[in-house]
Design a protein around this ligand. Sequence first.
Ligand SMILES: NC(=O)c1ccc[n+]([C@@H]2O[C@H](COP(=O)([O-])OP(=O)(O)OC[C@H]3O[C@@H](n4cnc5c(N)ncnc54)[C@H](OP(=O)(O)O)[C@@H]3O)[C@@H](O)[C@H]2O)c1
Length: 317
Amino acid sequence: MMERTSRPKETQAPLAVVTGAFGFSGRFIARRFLAQGWRVRTLTNAPWKAQGLGDWTRQVEVHPLAFHDLARLEKSLRGARVLVNTYWVRFRHRAFTFEQAVQNSARLFEAARRAGVPRVVHISITNPDERSPLPYFRGKALVERLLQATGLSYAILRPAVLFGPGDILINNIAWALRRFPLFGLFGEGEYPIRPIFVEDLAALAVRFATASENVILDAVGPEHFTYRTLVQTLGAAIGCPRPLVPMPPRVAWLAVALLGKMLGDVLLTWEEVQGLMMGLLGSAAPDAGWTRLSLWAREHAETLGQRYAHELKRRLG
Ligand SMILES: NC(=O)c1ccc[n+]([C@@H]2O[C@H](COP(=O)([O-])OP(=O)(O)OC[C@H]3O[C@@H](n4cnc5c(N)ncnc54)[C@H](OP(=O)(O)O)[C@@H]3O)[C@@H](O)[C@H]2O)c1
C-alpha cells in the first residue's frame, strides 16, 4: 500500500512574495501572479487594505513587513521563487523617512539572500541618481546598488508615474481639473512625463520574475507627454478643458501645499515638483507598456477624479 505523504515541494505552484500586495501596484502584481497559477505571499503592515479589494485577497498569505526582525523576514521569504519589491516611501514625514526606507530595503534584500530567494523584481523610478539633490531619486539609486551588491539575480523596473484604478497623482490632477476654473502650471509645464498603466507594470513584473538575466528597464508607456500636454489630455478626456496658467513654480507649489493643508494631506512635495521640472519623469527608452493614458482616461471619464485620493489617509489609516 502506498504511504500517504504531504505533497512534495517541487510539485507545488511557485511562490511569489510581493511586498504591499494590497497597496496600489502590489494588488495588480499579486492578482496577475495568482491568475498565472502562482501562490502569493505578501509582506505588509497594512493587511486591512485588503478590505473591498475582492475575493482574490483571500488567496494571499499575509506576513508582516518586519524590518526590525531579520530572522522573521527571512522566514517569511523562505521558499519564494521571486521577491517583488514595491516598498518605498513617497515623501519624508514625521512617521517615515527616506533614510529609513533605504535601510529597510537593505534588510529586505539581505533577508531574501539569506532565505535563498533566487530572483528579485524591484520597482524603482526613472533616472535614479546617487548624486541627485533629491532624496527620493538619491535613495532609489542607493537601493538599486544595494540590490545589485547582494549578488541575487534581479530585474529593476523603473516607472515614471503609474496610472490606473486607485492611482493618486493622475486621479488628483483630474480632481483639480473638475473643481477649479483654472489649472496653474509649475512654470511653462514643458517637462517630460511617460506614464505607464499599472496593469502593464504588473505584466512586466510577472514576466521578469521568471527570467534569469539581470535587467534594468525604464517601465514607461507608449505616450510621451509634457506636464502641460498631460494635463490638457486629462482635461479633454473628462470634459473639463481648463485654461492652463504658467506660474512661478514656487508660487504654484505654495498654492498646492495650501490646498494639501486644507485637505489634511500632502498633494505634491516641493521635491516632487523639482524632480518633475528637472525632467526626471521623462525617458527616451522604448515603450515597455502599451496602454495609452489618453484612451484609458476617456474610457474612465465618469469616475476619474470624481473623488480626491488621500495619500496620508491611505498610509496612516
Ligand atoms: N505610484 C507611482 O506613480 C509611482 C511612480 C514611480 C515609481 N513608483 C514606485 O513604484 C513602487 C510602488 O508604488 P505604489 O504607488 O504602488 O506604492 P504603495 O502601494 O503606496 O506602497 C508600496 C509599498 O510600500 C509600503 N509603503 C509605502 N509607503 C510607506 C510608508 N510611508 N511607510 C511604510 N511603508 C510604506 C507599503 O507597505 P504596506 O503594504 O505595509 O502599506 C507597500 O509595501 C514604489 O517603489 C514607488 O517608488 C511609483
